[in-house]
Ligand binder design. Structure first.
Ligand SMILES: [Zn+2]
Length: 247
């Protein structure tokens, strides 16, 4: 799917912003969307406009350096969007959302990278969770950069989500699939939990869903783990050091 012309992008962003708000995938002032334009610029949601009332004329146009071209002020996470486009030539649309069930599941210690249902592989691939970064700061694109290179659906620890796509519809479908998956996972956890699908069967699902290696993965550049590494237990380190000292 090629990049969009400006008027189509304005209309699509306004439509999808209203849909995201209507389906409670973000709060009124939360989250942001963008689309890559044919002229190399980007269309994105403005800051401070209610997502449920977004109009095509509210959409802001920026260049690749984030400079605003024309009226309006872009959203506060614009750097995250630009980092995604820089990392992924195949990506033409980015949605940053605040999907409540996905965030709740992550906060409760759940791992959305686990494959409990087959459909998640087809809709999302691996759902990765990136470590915490402070919203609206340069930390966000810095922390997210290696994840953007490797995954299409990323949960941002204690914050929200990023879904990428060749077009805005695909990025929206992935956001919807993330939240739907989290709803199933939260529910099954409350009912006592479930075993993940066996690894060899997950491999088969990926072979069907994504038979070609993703073109954006650079050879020799390993992908980060889809789950944040557990914090190192300081007491364990002290116990090991004490044991070594006693030898
Ligand atoms: Zn956010």
């Amino acid at each position: 799917m090629p990049a969009q012309d400006e008027s189509t992008a304005r209309r699509q962003i306004a439509e999808v912003a209203r849909e995201i708000y209507g389906r409670k995938l973000s709060g009124a002032s939360d989250g942001n969307l963008s689309v890559r334009l044919t002229d190399g610029h980007f269309a994105t949601t403005p800051t401070g406009v209610h997502k449920g009332r977004m109009r095509p004329e509210d959409v802001v146009i920026v260049d690749a350096a984030g400079r605003t071209l024309g009226p309006g002020k872009p959203s506060s996470e614009l750097a995250l969007h630009l980092a995604a486009y820089q990392a992924r030539p195949d990506v033409h649309a980015v949605i940053h959302g605040h999907p409540p069930m996905a965030i709740a599941y992550e906060l409760a210690g759940g791992h959305l990278s686990e494959v409990l249902v087959s459909e998640v592989v087809f809709a999302c691939g691996i759902i990765a969770t990136a470590p915490y970064s402070r919203p609206t700061t340069q930390q966000v694109p810095d922390v997210l950069a290696p994840f953007l290179r490797c995954y299409d659906v990323i949960l941002m620890e204690r914050h929200g989500s990023v879904t990428l796509g060749p077009d805005l519809d695909t990025a929206l479908v992935r956001l919807d699939a993330l939240e739907h998956t989290a709803l199933i996972y939260c529910t099954v956890k409350m009912m006592g939990g479930a075993q993940p699908i066996a690894p060899h069967e997950v491999d088969q699902l990926f072979a069907i869903a994504k038979p070609q290696p993703p073109p954006y993965r650079q050879p020799g550049a390993p992908c980060p783990s889809p789950e944040p590494q557990p914090p190192v237990d300081e007491r364990l380190i002290q116990a090991v050091l004490a044991a070594l000292g006693n030898r």
